[in-house]
Design a protein around this ligand. Sequence first.
Ligand code: 5GP
Length: 114
Amino acid sequence: MSEDTIFGKIIRREIPADIIYEDELCLAFHDVNPTAPHHILLIPKKPIAKLADAEIDDQQLLGHMMLKVGEITRSLGIDDAFRVIVNNGSGAQQTVFHLHLHIIAGRSFQWPPG
Ligand code: 5GP
């Protein structure tokens, strides 16, 4: 289990966030510092520090979250073109050590990513 983070405080409603989806396993809210017109963070309620720390017991949770990406993007009307990013580790620019999926849409994208 990871240390508490700002996302743990958002899950417990100790700090505010613009929440757009919640169920028993996960929570989605707008990124406070968006990099695109749509920038959603989807997090598990279970405090997994980073993707590489997920275990076999998390298989259902991770699958659930990937399916929620489709549901959330459809609800926002951005399901035709979006990007999902998981930064894993400080070397990959992860700054909050509670697993999160960035869902980004509404601007042009380049490939390969930076
Ligand atoms: P990372 O760099 O760890 O992949 O992404 C962390 C993300 O969390 C960043 O995009 C950052 O803007 C966002 N973030 C950090 N603190 C807060 C906060 O208090 N509220 C919200 N909504 N987003 C945050």
